[in-house]
Design a protein around this ligand. Sequence first.
Ligand code: GDP
Length: 448
Amino acid sequence: MTASETIFALSTAPGRAGVAVLRVSGPMAGEAARALSGEDLPAAREARLRGFRNEAGELIDKGLLLWFPGPNSFTGEDLAEFHVHGGRAVIQGMIDALSHQTGLRPAEAGEFTRRAFDAGKLDLTEVEGLADLINAETDAQRRQAVRQMGGSLSRRIEDWRARVLHVSAHMEAAIDFSDEELPEDLAASVRENVAALVKELDTALAESWRGERLREGLSVAIVGAPNAGKSSLLNAIAGRDAAIVSETAGTTRDVVEVHLDLAGYPVILADTAGLRELPEGGDGIEAEGIRRARARAAEADITLAIFDAAAPASPDAATRDLLTPSSVVVWNKTDLAGTNSAPAIDGYEAIAASALTGQGLDSLLSRLESIAVDQFGLGEAAPAITRARHRTALEEMRLCLARALDAPAPELAAEDLRLAARTLGRITGRVDVEDLLDVIFHDFCIGK
Ligand code: GDP
């Protein structure tokens, strides 16, 4: 993969649409645009109506041609955009015509963005922000992504890095001038600066789960005895157009998931659907079923514990075992019970609901919504750490700083500070990150 190759791809989603956008980036982009349109290139960054023809001279479609000469383009290279009608045959015709151009090849996933990174247009956190923006399903996810793409996290990291470099430069200067201890006042100011940084890092790390969770969604596992109505409740919630974002049935883990958008925050509701199909009386299998439900519940941020209101006298013991302060307790089938009372279970307040009639579902959703607001609502002030990759690097940097504070000799402290700055540099991609790039750009779709 070298930047001298010219790449092309459909940048909009395939399928029927009003408009489809194809992009070409690289040294042959201008030539390709001239060949397809049969005319000179439009002025830089201006749109012109053109007819686009294939190699046989047949008109494929009429549309807009935009010309972004490098380096003032997204990729930093010459870049042409074709806006055509979004029909399958039009798109295929354009792709075929571009494939016939010498020196052009289809782009790999994320390759346009990777070129933008190579050209220094975006740093790694901005690249990740862009990927998150494309994947954002809820408003809060979009807000976080758009800030990160705009460089908010990058500025926070660069600020830390500049401060580490500053301290380290002072120390190294002092080391060069004396072969003994650091002057007392310098040593004190280094200690003070490094200690202040460690404190800020601790705050950032303590908050870091919020940004990661917001990207991934708050996970809610539905637990309950067989036939308590877990699947029915999931389906009833999924049937509410207001809440649902997307539904993924039968994923590899045999879990049915529903993605909800509650007050702009992402919540993933999962039902361990396979469990209820286990045969009765099979002790070993039954135990395995319970073990799996427990494991799933333990992974989840919240358990939604479903009890059968038709049998209120004996709430299921295995489900009661799973209750924690972060459980939401529901009596389902209140229509059968003939009452709306929802007695607390083991001291946990409960909601009365019926998957059949829909009664109580609003209360249930607003309870989940208020939990989501509680969890995420505060975390949007400082630019968030949104990936395990960021968190690991910050933890590593914190170790370096702590070691620098305790270092027995100034030379060793200086070395630790240099390491700390390097570790930060890996987050934004300023230093050796070749090993990370494939993983990061793999998250992208083709055409981005
Ligand atoms: P699961 O094993 O916990 O997933 O339970 P299901 O959702 O499969 O429900 C078990 C049975 O209870 C099915 O026959 C459902 O139709 C029934 N059921 C579930 N919820 C309700 C409800 O709120 N009211 C009534 N009357 N029946 C329900």
